[in-house]
Write a protein that binds this ligand. Sequence first.
Ligand code: SF4
Length: 408
Amino acid sequence: MAGPVCVYISVPFCKAKCTFCNFASDVFGAERMQPYMDRLCGEIRGAHTVAERIEASLPRAVDTIYFGGGTPSLLSGQEFKKIFQHLRSEFDLDPDAEITLECAPGQLADETLDELLQQGMNRISFGVQSFVDQETAAVGRLHTRQQCDKEIARVTAAGVREINVDLIVGLPHQTAQSWQYSVEQAVASGAPHISVYLLEVDDDSRLGREMLKQGSRYSATAVPDEDQSAEWYQQACDMLHEAGVQQYEISNFARPGHHSRHNLKYWQRQPYIGFGLDAHSMLLAGRDAVRFANTSDLDRYLGQAAESNSFRIFGSGDHTTHAEVDVVGRGQAFEESLFLGLRLNEGVDLDQLRRQFGEDLLEETMPALMEVRDAGLLELYSDNIRLTPQGRLASNEVFSRLLIPTAA
Ligand code: SF4
């Protein structure tokens, strides 16, 4: 019997576009909000019909919901009320469900917060990125350090216990001292969960294009180099460890009992369903899993009727065709379990992999695993493998070295 599914809801509206970002989200006109809401709610209503059509299993039980984007905190209380009405008619929400809202500091109205609390929202993830105003301003963020402090205090006073602070290492103008200050402030904020991401500049973002042509707009010349950022990331790991905020995933740190239940499910390769622009889903289907994604083009998304999504199913070997629903075969599922599990500090239990996928795939990967271990990127204790601190910094390299040629 399948366990509960986790739900992701994408709200791609932002007040300003960050210079490094090239997500599907944007500063869309307010007139597009209503059509978006209608389309999103229609999609939620049609979820089980779609799952049936593609012969995937979509449990009614839901135990985590994540509102991401974009800036979902821009929605009004009424809009959230409507989304929850549709969620509750299509799914059975666990009374203890973890419900997370991504929030830009200063962009959560009181009435929205009140409504969300009534609906059971119990976790807020603040996109702080830095507690140094010059650094946030340089990438187009609208908030100040003072606002962050105020917002965290406000939602804490309102009863939200689970708070995450997102930080980015490698922002323009960042220095060793300013980075240390941001990490110290994140700890001092009392948030029991902190995420630390290395700045990823999309080549197609404004900052990315400027860096490629070696220009100076968007503080492109003030972006620290990668080695520097890697050092600061490691410094943050050490500081957070000392403060009792333990690392449990490459980018995620929490005080005991405050892990993100929703994100843990991704890393444990549990099924999830996504609604909204560019939302991705992975559901079980018989002995396999299926994966599908919504378009990242808002016009196309709004133009599609929720119930008329025409899904075509392709085998996992058919990558030449543009598949709307991809069947995840055994080899691919094995790789996903390995790579996602390696993101976690607790690592991967090889015996469990063996039981789930058989001995042959593990045997095929063993030489590469040993090679990566010998390079100091992986530790192997009895039947458990996990990344070393150095491996966490070079995780993409590790994963590409572990790819199984026959898994595609
Ligand atoms: S980084 Fe987040 S807030 Fe900034 S533009 Fe992208 S989605 Fe919006």
